[in-house]
Design a protein around this ligand. Sequence first.
Ligand code: MG
Ligand code: MG
Length: 529
Amino acid sequence: MRKSIATVSLSGTLPEKLHAVAAAGFDGFELFENDLVACPLSPEDVRLMAADLGLRVELYQPFRDAEALPPERFADALRRAEHKFRLMTRLGADLLLVCSNVSPQAIDDDALAAEQLHTLAERAAAHGVRIAYEALAWGRHVDDYLRSWRIVRMAGHPALGVCLDSFHILSKGTDPVGIEAIPGEKIFFLQLADAPRLTMDTLQWSRHYRCFPGQGDFDLAGFTRHVLAAGYRGPLSLEVFNDVFRRADPVRTAADAMLSLRFLERDPGGGAPPDLTDFGYVELATGPDGERLRRLVEVLGVDRVRLVDGGDAAELRAVGIGTPDPAAADAHVAALSAPDHAPDGTRVVFCAPRPGESAIDHVALTAPFAEASLWCRCVLGLRPHESLELPDPYGLVRSRAMTSVNGKVMLALNMADTASNVPWQHVAVVCDDVVGMARRLTAAGEPPLRIPANYYDDLDARFPGAPDLRGTDVLYDRAGDGEFLHLYTATIGRVFFEVVQRIGGYSGYGAANTPVRLAAQHGHKMRRE
Ligand code: MG
Ligand code: MG
């Protein structure tokens, strides 16, 4: 299917956006009116630039407050529309998005809306333009797709169809199954956007937090299935309003956008990423700290940590992930044209499963959140867990675990929202006696990160019957009948180790203790400076 993206989804000037859209391999774009109005290029120049880049103007948008109006207001809407139709001819665009009316003047009368949209479509058709009518979730009266479709059907004009926008439908919790009852040829356009589940005003949620399919919590694969089952054959178009993307590199955002569509299209059931068994190994560059890291790894007693000399500072380089068929896993990544490294640069290498239990419990990456979630989902087939906002003394860290189906491959994604805090990468290794390990580390001159006594007082209050860990610098968490004991080493270069002990069915990663860890790491840094 043709792939398209709205210019509003990307940062930059209109020419910068179009170059990014073309570089990512899109077939076309939705031209957002503001992008054109603010652009010094004439509509004819935009048309030429798009053609040179091999891009089609799939949609011009938005046209607002057009229907269900008192007669004098509607006359004004028609006058505005005539302007747009002429402009669209100059742009070489033939589809105009009309959003459901949000104005207090709108009249709650479907027959009137249908009659006026019929008139609008008739005028549009004279210019070779068609109208795609979209129900906004916050429309004054028309706020769901079934009602917009009823009005379009009532209007009965060949140049009038509906535009379906996944955000407006899924954000309200409306069942998308009804889409299948709309004839495919009357679905003129499909806009796809995912979003994290948030409790807030829908308009604000939509304008600031939309993201690409696979980056949020909506079921975009299921949604798209319904639209395809209805017989829709137009482009899959991404319309994403997102504060982070508005300031990010448009080339990178567009590439991510394309990855999200490739993944969605490849298998609307969610894709067929590799079966993952466990962590085969992690590879760290040592920077100037080779000797210290080797000593530390020896005390930790893990054979799956590989140290390679080089780099300006110690850091995570690669993660080997076990899978029964590494070649098929590589082919999956190649088919998606996805990068073979996580967004923070950590390379992922698929390898044959090794015998025995892996000593790597989880690996924490620091990466742009949406980008990393999408990459983990598409390339590794990891499932997202709840996204958490964790306080750091100087800002907030967003954190989310992504795990394989069997739970044995867990990546913790961490993203700071300010530059002042540094959620360092870390490698968590398994141990069956963390308290003993704390002692061995101290004896080896590598004592664990110091945890304040207040933490242990609070632990007593939170978890009756918790082991007494005072003085050990071991942290504790409990969920159901599962328990989690863990400690952190000092940070070396850009990386540190965590040692974890899981008891019972604990499946988390100790996120509740992250704020204590972050504060301790900042305190430690300050003492050294
Ligand atoms: Mg929309
Ligand atoms: Mg951890």
